[in-house]
Design a protein around this ligand. Structure first.
Ligand code: GLN
Length: 281
């Protein structure tokens, strides 16, 4: 007898118990992906027998997860700011805590203003697309040094019908020519190069250049802060995600390079995850 959907799911949860911290959540996500069901149908169709092809595909996905691969790379999708995004191993998997950066950026972009926004190291385009989606009058330009990431971000913009966002290939500010933005945002790499966290769990599979940034994790942030004044209008804001223990160093850099009105924001756990400041008027 070929297995039912319910049996396949139970077997898969047992299979992932030792290698995934979230076996049930992973199995559900992979089942929704393979069987193209709604979450409700997943519960009510437990007695159905999937086709042999779908059964094989599902088992293959579970084996990839068992080998450690992140669910988002297996399904090729991740939700961010309620937008369904394509992701690939060329891009970081968008994190829920990065929604804080979007939220704070939006607070500095008036709804009807034709503001220009730059997203540095856009990856899958998550931040740029969320802002473009919330602020149709703004023009958002995302850059990334990975050609593959820019291809993914461009496809995401097209699929979401966002026409006020433009993705450009190149290192940080390089593809921006003489653009001047009202707001610069970035979730740059900021992990210390020797952080053991890079060799564990899902992070192992993500692009190292999107995560690690020199001995103290501040190389990219320093580069961005030193160059940002040239690309900001007077009074324009910069908002950067960073590790909680980097807040004092990031504040010091912002002040050193002439930024004023610096402020920090904490995530739901009370950690400083975000620093912002502006170019003097
Ligand atoms: N928060 C991520 C992590 O710890 C790092 C993201 C980044 O470097 N931009 O895996």
């Amino acid at each position: 007898m070929p297995p039912t959907l319910g049996q396949l799911i139970d077997t898969a949860i047992t299979r992932l118990r030792d290698t995934s911290p979230t076996p049930r959540i992973d199995v559900e996500a992979l089942a929704l992906h393979v069987f193209q069901l709604t979450r409700a149908a997943l519960m009510t169709r437990a007695a159905d027998t999937p086709t042999p092809a779908d059964t094989e595909h599902f088992r293959a996905c579970i084996e990839r997860r068992h080998a450690g691969e992140p669910v988002a790379y297996i399904t090729g999708r991740r939700e961010f700011w309620s937008l369904d995004l394509a992701v690939s191993p060329a891009t970081l998997i968008p994190r829920p805590e990065t929604e804080l950066l979007v939220e704070q950026a939006l607070a500095h972009i008036p709804a009807d203003a034709a503001h220009i926004v730059i997203d540095l190291g856009t990856g899958s385009g998550a931040i740029a697309l969320a802002i473009a989606h919330e602020r149709p009058s703004a023009r958002v330009v995302g850059t990334d040094c990975s050609r593959d990431a820019i291809a993914i971000a461009t496809a995401n913009a097209a699929r979401l019908h966002l026409t006020n966002v433009e993705l450009r290939h190149g290192d940080w500010f390089t593809p921006l020519a003489d653009l001047r933005a009202h707001v610069i945002v970035s979730n740059p790499p900021y992990v210390r190069a020797d952080d053991p966290h890079l060799t564990r769990g899902d992070v192992r599979f993500e692009p190292r250049e999107a995560l690690a940034s020199g001995e103290n994790g501040l190389d990219a942030i320093r580069r961005i802060i030193t160059t940002a004044p040239q690309y900001l209008t007077q009074g324009g804001w910069i908002l950067l995600e960073h590790a909680p223990d980097q807040a004092p160093a990031v504040t010091a850099l912002l002040r050193q390079y002439g930024f004023v009105d610096d402020a920090r924001h904490t995530d739901l756990l009370g950690n400083n995850r975000l620093s912002m400041a502006r170019r003097p008027t």
